[in-house]
Design a protein around this ligand. Structure first.
Ligand SMILES: Cc1cc2nc3c(=O)[nH]c(=O)nc-3n(C[C@H](O)[C@H](O)[C@H](O)COP(=O)(O)O)c2cc1C
Length: 330
C-alpha cells in the first residue's frame, strides 16, 4: 500500500505566524503540518515568553504545529526542546537552511551544512537528553550541493525523525533553480524519512516533481501556497469549490487575517505592512497581479487598506495557481 501524500506549509518569518495559521486552518484544507518561523537567541526559557502567541496551541483545526530553532548550541536547543515539551509539543525542527550571510557566516542555518563534525558534536550531546522528536530542515549545502552527503552520514547515525531538504544551496539565496539531481543523491543516501521542498507552484509543477521522485511522499510548499492557498487541496485532489466561490473564500480568509493582525498589533497601522507581505504573493492568483498589488502598495491607514481590498475583490478575477502568473525573482 502506498503511503498517503503529505503536505507541509513552509515557514516564513513575518508571514506564517499564528494569525495566518489560524485563518488558514479555518478556510483551507490539505496541509498536514505547520512550522513556526525560527526562534533564536534563547538564552533563558524566559526569552520565549514574549512570543507566547506562537506557542498557544499545538494544533490548528487538527493540523500539527512544529516549533523551529536556529542554533549551533546543544544547550540552547535542549532549553528550547524542554520548553516546547512543557507546552505539549512532541517535535521541534532544527533550521540548517537559513541562507543569509549574517547567519551563515556564524556557522548557523545553512552555514552549518559544510561542518558535519559540528553537527555530530551537537547531536551527540543533545540527542540523549531531548524529550521530544527532532526533525531537520536543511539546504543541499552552503557553498556546494554535495555538502549534504557528509551531513546525511552524520544524521543517519541519530534518531532524527524527518529530514526536509530545500533543493538549493545557501549561496543561491532564493535565486536560480532547484538542483534535482543533488536532491536525488541525497535521497539515495538518507535513511531518515524525507520531505522535498522547493519551487512547487502548481499542480502541473507538482506532477513533474512527483514523477521524478516517486519514493517521496512528503512535500513542503512555501511560496506556491502563499500565492494560492487552495494548492494543497488541488494537489491532493480534494473536492474544491468553483473558482468564483474560491474568490469568496479568499475574501473571508483575508478579512480574518486583517482583523487578526489588527487585534494582535493593538490596532497599530503597521498591521497593514504584515498584510502587504502576504499580498506580495497572493496578488499572483488574481488576473492582473501588478495592478492588484499597486492598489495596496501605498495604503497607510485602515480605511485606505479596506477600500483597496474592496476594489480588488470587485474588479479582479481569482485565477489561482492554474494561471501560473507567479515567477520567483532572480
Ligand atoms: C521571507 C522568507 C522567510 C522565510 N523564513 C523561514 C524560516 O523562518 N524558517 C525556515 O526554515 N525557512 C524560511 N524560509 C524558507 C521557506 O520556508 C522555504 O524553504 C523556501 O521558500 C523554499 O520553498 P518554496 O520554493 O516552496 O517557497 C523563508 C523564506 C522567505 C522567502
Amino acid at each position: 500500500m502506498s503511503t498517503p501524500l503529505k503536505i507541509y506549509l513552509a515557514p516564513f518569518q513575518g508571514i506564517t505566524g499564528h494569525v495566518y495559521r489560524r485563518s488558514f486552518a479555518k478556510h483551507f484544507r490539505g496541509v498536514d503540518k505547520f512550522f513556526t518561523a525560527f526562534f533564536t537567541g534563547i538564552h533563558k526559557a524566559k526569552s520565549l515568553s514574549s512570543k507566547a502567541g506562537e506557542f498557544e496551541t499545538t494544533h490548528y483545526n487538527g493540523i500539527k504545529l512544529v516549533p523551529q530553532i536556529l542554533s549551533k548550541d546543544a544547550a540552547e536547543m535542549l532549553r528550547f526542546a524542554n520548553f516546547c515539551h512543557a507546552k505539549g509539543f512532541d517535535e521541534i525542527n532544527w533550521n540548517l537552511g537559513c541562507p543569509y550571510p549574517r547567519v551563515a557566516n556564524k556557522k548557523r542555518g545553512s552555514g552549518l551544512v559544510p561542518h558535519p563534525e559540528m553537527v555530530d558534536e551537537i547531536l551527540g550531546s543533545l540527542m540523549p537528553e531531548i524529550p521530544i522528536r527532532l526533525s531537520v530542515k536543511t539546504r543541499l549545502g552552503y557553498f556546494s550541493p554535495d555538502e549534504i552527503l557528509k551531513l546525511i552520514q552524520v544524521l543517519n547515525r541519530f534518531p532524527v525523525s524527518e529530514l526536509i531538504i530545500h533543493a538549493r544551496i545557501g549561496k543561491q539565496l532564493y535565486k536560480g533553480g532547484v538542483n534535482l539531481s543533488a536532491f536525488e543523491h541525497a535521497a539515495g543516501a538518507s535513511q531518515i524519512p524525507l520531505a522535498y521542498n522547493g519551487d512547487i507552484f502548481s499542480l502541473d509543477g507538482f506532477r513533474e516533481f512527483d514523477k521524478r521522485f516517486p519514493e517521496t511522499n512528503t512535500w513542503m510548499i512555501g511560496r506556491g501556497l502563499l500565492v494560492d492557498p487552495f494548492l494543497p487541496a488541488i494537489i491532493k485532489g480534494l473536492l474544491l469549490p468553483e473558482l468564483s466561490q474560491r474568490k469568496a473564500i479568499v475574501r473571508k480568509f483575508i478579512d480574518d487575517l486583517y482583523f487578526g493582525y489588527r487585534k494582535k498589533m493593538n490596532d497599530r497601522p503597521q498591521a497593514i505592512n504584515v498584510l502587504k507581505e502576504l499580498w506580495g504573493f497572493l496578488c499572483f492568483s488574481f488576473d492582473e497581479p501588478h495592478r492588484v498589488f499597486n492598489l495596496l502598495k501605498k495604503t497607510k491607514s485602515f480605511d485606505e487598506y479596506e477600500n483597496a481590498v474592496n476594489s480588488i475583490f470587485e474588479k479582479h478575477e481569482w485565477l489561482g495557481s492554474v494561471a501560473g502568473l507567479f515567477r520567483p525573482s532572480g
